[in-house]
Design a protein around this ligand. Structure first.
Ligand code: ADP
Length: 449
């Protein structure tokens, strides 16, 4: 096992990773920006190093500085968390090439392939995994897009090759919208991901977002830990995630899990990853692979009892996955609520400020992944997450009942939060029945407008 791990991240995920390191007997190194001098992750770590001013581009994204700190601190591994440099194949390669430092993540080659969505789609097709109907090559020209619109039928989506989180994705409802959509998808792709290359997919009207958690070691073992249902979304961003999915039967569950394993094998992937699918009318279609630990990994941990971050570290250190696919059992139900400093009443605008009261719920079935305490400032420099509330129960109905209690006893003052929104969802018939699709909330919001 590693002796000292540098965690190239902040907030709750940095603490989550350090917790796993500690349990494995590794020392921990935090990095922080000027804005995070008093950050929870700095307190938690054995050592901490300042890596620059508040803007992420000058601190958490400064590859050279972070690798330099790892060397100065004598760290023998770097874990990137999620966001920031986590899916940056160039950074992964630089870490791989740094003597005596191990990258806790997939091989940079696999990250590069899967990070380009058309390449990822080709790999999955080669593995026999159904993909969303669309192109496996970038598309450049509006006439080509119109021909594809004709072929698949509208709506179609023009998506940035490097995109994610709904960014760089434009929905095209008719031929007349093609020119504008193509131009703005390219523009967003360039602005957010430095890549103006785009491709075209059929746009499914009311799918479920189902993703499979995988773990792969460097000895050819690939396991999946079942699926998560992330269908509750606002503008293509996940709001509530759960495991298992209320929408899958056992047959489809097994099929999707096996497809994810095949795809990951084909890509030469190791470490933890997520294979994302859209599911509609009993059919599933590959969408993309996230080559990192995800925000919502927690719900899979709760229902399988498997510590995914611990396995990321063990696999990176060369260990075998010590359990078989049959050993993975799904027990009970878990739901994750993202507690953000945002005001649901004003379209979820971020509301930075001081947590004058912060008293999270306790007792059976509740897990909190956070890195804040009462009196802390939720700044405006990074995302607006305060923490994640993860609730487990014997089954979905029990879990939702328990969630009501947990959210009711979650006291936060000083900033607006998403708690009232989550409480509202627990009284929403469609969500409670598990019938919501990825389009459900946006349609609702449109109706309200
Ligand atoms: P991610 O957020 O997972 O990185 P994307 O930006 O590709 O990835 O997709 C975000 C969300 O956009 C999906 O969860 C889904 O709700 C929606 N979406 C993406 N592609 C399609 C499609 N072809 N049809 C319907 N919905 C889609």
């Amino acid at each position: 096992m590693f002796e000292k791990v540098l965690v190239a991240n902040r907030g709750e995920i940095a603490v989550r990773v350090m917790a796993a390191c500690e349990e494995l007997g590794c020392e921990t190194v935090a990095v922080y920006s000027d804005a995070d001098r008093n950050g929870g992750h700095v307190d938690y770590a054995d050592e901490a190093y300042n890596v620059g001013p508040a803007p992420a581009s000058e601190s958490y994204l400064d590859q050279e500085e972070i690798i330099d700190v790892a060397q100065r601190a004598g760290a023998d591994a770097i874990h990137p968390g999620y966001g920031f440099l986590a899916e940056n194949a160039e950074f992964a390669r630089r870490v791989e090439e740094t003597p005596d430092v191990t990258w806790v993540g997939p091989p940079s080659d696999a990250m590069e392939t899967l990070g380009e969505k058309t390449k990822a789609r080709s790999v999955m097709q080669a593995a026999g995994v159904p993909v969303v109907p669309g192109t496996t090559e970038p598309v450049d020209d509006a006439d080509e897009v119109r021909a594809l619109g004709e072929e698949y039928g509208y709506p179609i989506a023009i998506k940035a090759e490097g995109g994610g989180g709904g960014r760089g994705m434009k929905i095209v409802r008719s031929e007349a919208e093609v020119d504008d959509a193509l131009e703005s998808a390219k523009r967003e792709g360039e602005a957010y991901f430095g890549n103006d290359s785009v491709y075209v997919e059929k746009y499914l009207k009311a799918p479920k977002h189902i993703e499979v958690q995988v773990l792969a070691d460097t000895h050819g073992n690939v396991r999946h830990l079942g699926e998560r249902d992330c269908s509750l979304q606002r503008r293509h961003q996940k709001v509530i995630e759960e495991a298992p999915s209320p929408a899958l039967d056992d047959e489809l569950r097994t099929e999707i899990g096996e497809a994810a394993r095949q795809g990951v094998r084909e890509a030469g992937y190791t470490n933890a990853g997520t294979v994302e699918f859209l599911v509609e009318d009993g059919e599933f279609y590959f969408m993309e692979v996230n080559t990192r630990i995800q925000v919502e990994h927690t719900v899979s941990e709760e229902v399988t009892g498997i510590d995914i971050v611990r396995w990321q570290l063990r696999v990176a250190a060369g260990e075998d996955l010590a359990f078989s696919q049959d050993d993975v059992e799904i027990d009970g139900h878990a739901v994750e609520y993202r507690i953000n400093a945002e005001n649901p009443a004003t379209d979820f605008t971020p509301t930075p400020g001081q947590l004058t009261t912060y008293r999270p719920p306790t007792s059976i079935g509740i897990r909190l992944d956070h890195a804040v305490a009462q009196g802390d400032e939720i700044g405006g420099d990074y995302d607006s997450m305060i923490g994640k509330l993860i609730v487990s129960g014997e089954d979905r109905a029990h879990c939702l009942e328990r969630s009501k209690r947990a959210l009711e006893h979650f006291a936060v003052e000083g900033v607006h939060t998403t708690i009232p929104f989550h409480r509202m969802m627990l009284d929403d018939d469609v969500f409670v029945a598990g019938d919501h699709t990825t389009k459900y909330l946006d349609r609702e919001l449109e109706d309200d407008a």
